[in-house]
Design a protein around this ligand. Structure first.
Ligand code: CP
Ligand code: NVA
Length: 309
């Protein structure tokens, strides 16, 4: 059990910005709310603004449902319809929205944009995905791992595919809670060097192994959890065709999964492309927990919103 009243930082922009105890508290609170029979009123009268510059199914619907189930309200704000889409500055938008709502969730491209927004907003800002981070997904992933494995320490997670936002947030999340992580990415698609170095430092302090390779078999060896993600993220659409060729050896299929532990979990943040990064028999098979993982977005978002708002 971990005792905590909220989150120390105003915003949730990266996993690096939350402590191990805060992560454990959020997961504990999310599991408690998942089990309870009735919705609560913890966010009665509170409003969350949600700015989307990219598509979303899970993040949008689960944040909106989370607010409503806790007695609050959420507003979907498409950047196309906001004056932001016509050139109003991020700084001015942040200052104005701070006068109306109690928190803002943003999905955007460059991570610097959300940092600028957060620096000029007096209210909490939640990262709903940037090009380099997807912290709320990584927290839902940790919750799902905990539900199935009942522990974190000593587990091994293997991430196979693009060294993208999911790879970064999962690296940061794993080393915080004591999960060893190995990543297999093609040359040229490795995770960001600065983020990797920072994660490596934290891993050394926490006694956790971080291993980056271009060999998927090596990464998956004896893994407790196998994770993959799309080969072309939102924003990479024009590279999709060439990426299919480059990433082919990184497909998560039966052959690759044979190298993992016999009770491995398969995870994917979704949306997925069956036949590309993962075969249908794996994502729809008995080791896959992808729909629990998607469900847990709702529960962990409730805990995050309570912690910040
Ligand atoms: N996993 C995830 O963030 O899904 P959406 O893009 O549908 O929000
Ligand atoms: N890496 C993917 C995750 C989607 C939830 C993307 O950024 O498009």
């Amino acid at each position: 059990r971990v005792e905590s009243k909220g989150l120390v930082n105003k915003d949730l922009l990266t996993i690096d910005g939350v402590s191990r105890d805060e992560i454990l508290f959020l997961i504990q609170d999310a599991i408690r709310m998942k089990k309870r029979k009735q919705y609560g009123q913890e966010l009665k009268g509170k409003t969350l603004g949600m700015i989307f510059e990219k598509s979303s199914t899970r993040t949008r619907v689960s944040f909106e449902a989370a607010m409503i189930q806790l007695g609050g309200h959420a507003m979907f704000l498409s950047s196309r319809d906001l004056q932001l889409g016509r050139g109003e500055s991020i700084e001015d938008t942040a200052k104005v929205l701070s006068k109306y709502v109690d928190g803002v969730m943003i999905r955007t491209h460059e991570h610097e944009k959300i940092e600028t927004f957060a620096n000029h907003a007096s209210i909490p800002v939640i990262n709903g995905l940037t090009d380099t981070h997807h912290p709320t997904q990584a927290l839902a992933d940790l919750m799902t791992i905990y539900e199935y494995k009942k522990t974190f320490s000593g587990l091994k997670l293997a991430y196979v595919g693009d060294g993208n936002n999911m790879a970064h947030s999962l690296m940061e999340a794993c080393v915080k809670v004591g999960i060893h992580i190995s990543l297999a990415c093609p040359e040229g698609y490795m995770p960001d060097e600065d983020i990797t170095a920072q994660v490596q430092n934290q891993a050394n302090v926490n006694g956790v192994h971080v291993f980056v390779t271009s060999d998927p078999k090596e990464a998956v060896q004896d893994a407790d959890i196998i994770v993959t993600d799309v080969w072309a993220s939102m924003g990479d659409e024009n590279e999709a065709e060439e990426r299919v060729e480059i990433f082919k050896p990184y497909q998560v299929n039966q052959e690759l999964c044979k190298n993992a532990k016999s009770d491995y979990l398969f995870m994917h943040c979704l949306p997925a492309h069956r036949g590309e990064e993962v075969t249908a028999d794996i994502i729809d098979g008995s080791h896959s927990v992808v729909f629990d993982e998607a469900e847990n977005r709702l529960h962990i978002h409730k805990a995050i919103l309570k912690g910040l708002l």
